[in-house]
Design a protein around this ligand. Sequence first.
Ligand code: ATP
Ligand code: MG
Length: 366
Amino acid sequence: SSPGKKRFNIALLPGDGIGPEVIAVAKTVLQKAGSLEGLEFDFQEMPVGGAALDLVGVPMPEETFTAAKQSDAILLGAIGGYKWDKNEKHLRPEMALFYLRRDLKVFANLRPATVLPELVDASTLKKEVAEGVDMMIVRELTGGIYFGEPRGIKINENGEEVGISTEIYAAHEIDRIARVAFETARKRRGKLCSVDKANVLDASILWRKRVTALASEYPDVELSHMYVDNAAMQLIRDPKQFDTIVTNNIFGDILSDEASMITGSIGMLPSASLSESGPGLFEPIHGSAPDIAGQDKANPLATILSAAMLLKYGLGEEKAAKRIEDAVADALSKGFRTGDIYSPGNKLVGCKEMGEEVLKSVDSKV
Ligand code: ATP
Ligand code: MG
């Protein structure tokens, strides 16, 4: 290896459907942007999901998990497809993602909702409302009502069935997600909105108390609070007011899907899932899109932007990340569009060609 270069191990998990197509493209972009900032990557490509089922009979092979666990960051394509839909539960491709998230202990899920100036027309909202939207939702991913005990369907004292779920958050769980959110806001426009239901839920009362207490450590971040019902409304009424949002597992699940519709194009949206000390998991929010797999039609930008998040939030390499984001904007401003974001007057391209255009833009902006 050449002196002065920083080296990183990247686990590449292409998965199924359009996964291998978008990962191949994102890899070249990551490599190029990194090399311009003095970064060298050792890529380890491993099967996962349906691809792993076909190859070795399990969705998450031990070797894949070990490579992922020992890497500096993981870039994943997509998982699943019709072929394995009738498998019994532990042999479904999707279980790979469940195991991976669980064992990596990724408690922080970051999902941006950004309306790029070139794609304002793709938004489901009116132009004036959509223009300039640029927010990041930080969702707690390993706690809250999805995991709290007691849970289950039980029989009460009257012999009637009752369904039980418990919203429970320990102080340390709130603190660590809040820290990720404050740090994220700091890398953005310095505004953090914490979303809860502190007028009704006790877990939310503690949430608000802990987040408020931490604010003194981040004097450069402006903290506000909002009830979740109001937040759901504000996201549609005036999404531009938000920079960074932090919220619990269930509210984040709902609000991040709502926010994704503001941008209007599933093929554009990246995500990051971060743990306390291990590697982060970076992946597009879309699925394996079996309807267009193998046809060179997939939009690779969600995965390319996931690679940018990998650089920024996984490796702390913000300059290289910015190169990728700028190159995506540049390719779009030149009119290149895959089918999912196409509008008349633009140039329709496939997955590979879109990747080549982004690559050219990375190169031309040295
Ligand atoms: P999941 O696998 O998470 O259940 P899903 O089955 O709900 O996902 P996707 O696989 O994301 O959904 O596909 C939904 C629709 O969006 C499909 O019509 C698919 O072709 C389209 N789509 C998804 N990702 C892309 C992409 N990167 N480029 C173009 N179209 C896409
Ligand atoms: Mg699906």
